[in-house]
Design a binder for this molecule. Structure first.
Ligand code: HPA
Ligand code: ZN
Length: 332
C-alpha cells in the first residue's frame, strides 16, 4: 500500500471503469439504509464486497445496484467515484454506464439519469480536475435483444459526453456475433466501440469480437497471449487493450501478478493501457496498479508515460479535450 503513495500524484488516463462497480461499499450501505433495501450477505466482516468467483461477483454487483434507484443516487455516485479517482491522479476517466441499471433500459428514464451523471461529471471537473466521458454498455447476460435496445438508447443520447458503446457481463454467454446488430447501430450513430473479450474466453473470443463487432479497443483481451499469431494481429492493427491486471489477479483470471501477460503483450508490440475495472470489488486503485507494475515488471517513469499516451490516443473524446489532457500529462 505504501508503495502506491509514490504514484498517487502522477497524472493518469483510465479507460475501463464500471461506474456502479466503482461504488465504495460504505456508499452502497448508506443507500441501502436510506431506502431500507436488504442486501445482506454481500459484505465481509471488514465491510468489503465479498463473492466466490466471477459469476458470483456479477450477482453481488447486481444486488449492490438495487440500492441505486434514481437519478439523484447516480449523481451522488458519480461525484463520489470521480473524487476518489482524482485522488489517485486520474485526470481523465471513461466510465461504462448501463441504462439497464438506470431505469431498466427505458429511454425517457435514461435521459434523466444521464442528465444527473453529466451534471455530476461537470461538477467533478471543476472541483477535482477530472474529466469524464461515458461508454453506454450492454450487458451480455441480458441477451442480444436487450442489447439492441441499449444500442438504440446509446444512439439517441450520443454526443459530447456519451462517446462510446460497449459490452460487459458474462463473457461466455453466447458469441460476439450475437451482438453485431447492436454494434452496427452504435457505429452508425457515430459512437466508438469497445467490448469485453478474452478475460474468460480464449483467443477465439478476441478474434471473433474484432471480426464481428469491429471494435477499436478490447476490454481485457489478456487471453490473446495464448495465440501469438493473434497477438501479432493486435499489434499490426493497433487494437488497444484495456488491461486491468489487479482485477485479473483478484478474480483469478490469471494465477498471480508475475504471470500476468501485460508486459509480454506490450513487448510484442500490442498497445496496452491500464485500468482498475471495479476498484473496490478488487481492492485496488490506479496508484496500486502502478505500484504493482513497478514491482513486478520494473515499469518506470518512461513506461508509465507511454501507457498514458497510448490511453489518451485511444480515448473516446474529441481532439480538443485530448490536447488539453496531453498538456497536463507532459507537465508532469
Ligand atoms: N467484467 C465483466 N463485466 C462486468 C465487470 C467486469 O469486470 N464489471 C461489471 N460488469
Ligand atoms: Zn470491465
Amino acid at each position: 500500500m505504501t508503495a502506491s503513495l509514490e504514484f498517487r500524484d502522477l497524472p493518469k488516463i483510465e479507460l475501463h471503469l464500471h461506474l456502479e462497480g466503482a461504488a465504495p461499499p460504505a456508499f452502497i450501505r448508506g443507500l441501502a439504509r436510506e431506502k431500507s433495501v436488504d442486501i445482506g450477505g454481500i459484505f465481509d466482516e471488514n465491510g468489503n464486497y465479498t463473492y466466490r468467483d466471477f459469476d458470483h461477483f456479477l450477482k453481488v454487483y447486481d444486488a449492490a445496484c438495487t440500492t441505486l434507484q434514481g437519478p439523484e443516487d447516480f449523481h451522488r455516485l458519480t461525484l463520489a467515484v470521480l473524487e476518489e479517482s482524482a485522488s489517485h491522479g486520474v485526470i481523465y476517466t471513461e466510465s461504462f454506464l448501463s441504462p439497464d441499471f438506470c431505469g431498466g433500459g427505458d429511454l425517457a428514464a435514461w435521459r434523466d439519469y444521464l442528465a444527473a451523471i453529466e451534471a455530476a461529471a461537470a461538477e467533478a471537473e471543476t472541483r477535482f480536475g477530472i474529466t469524464m466521458r461515458g461508454i453506454i454498455t450492454a450487458i451480455r447476460h441480458l441477451g442480444p435483444d436487450q442489447s439492441r435496445n441499449t444500442a438504440r438508447v446509446a444512439a439517441e443520447t450520443a454526443g459530447d459526453f456519451i462517446t462510446g458503446f460497449g459490452l460487459a457481463g458474462a463473457e461466455l454467454m453466447g458469441r460476439p456475433g450475437d451482438y453485431t446488430y447492436a454494434f452496427d447501430a452504435a457505429r452508425e450513430a457515430g459512437l466508438e466501440l469497445t467490448a469485453h473479450a478474452g478475460e474468460w474466453g480464449g483467443p477465439d473470443m478476441v478474434a471473433d469480437t474484432i471480426r464481428d463487432l469491429r471494435v477499436s479497443r478490447i476490454g481485457h483481451g489478456i487471453n490473446a497471449i495464448h495465440d501469438l499469431a493473434l497477438v501479432d494481429v493486435l499489434a499490426e492493427t493497433g487494437t488497444v487493450l484495456e488491461v486491468c491486471p489487479g482485477s485479473n489477479v483478484f478474480l483469478n483470471a490469471v494465477k498471480d501478478w508475475p504471470s500476468h501477460p501485460i508486459a509480454r503483450l506490450r513487448d510484442r508490440g500490442v498497445k496496452v493501457t491500464v485500468s482498475t475495472d471495479d476498484p473496490p470489488y478488487f481492492l485496488t486503485t490506479m496508484s496500486d496498479e502502478y505500484a504493482n507494475l513497478a514491482r513486478h515488471f520494473a515499469f518506470g517513469p518512461d513506461d508509465f508515460a507511454e501507457l498514458n499516451r497510448t490511453a489518451l490516443d485511444a480515448a473516446f473524446c474529441d481532439a480538443k479535450t485530448k490536447e488539453r489532457l496531453a498538456a497536463r500529462l507532459e507537465k508532469a
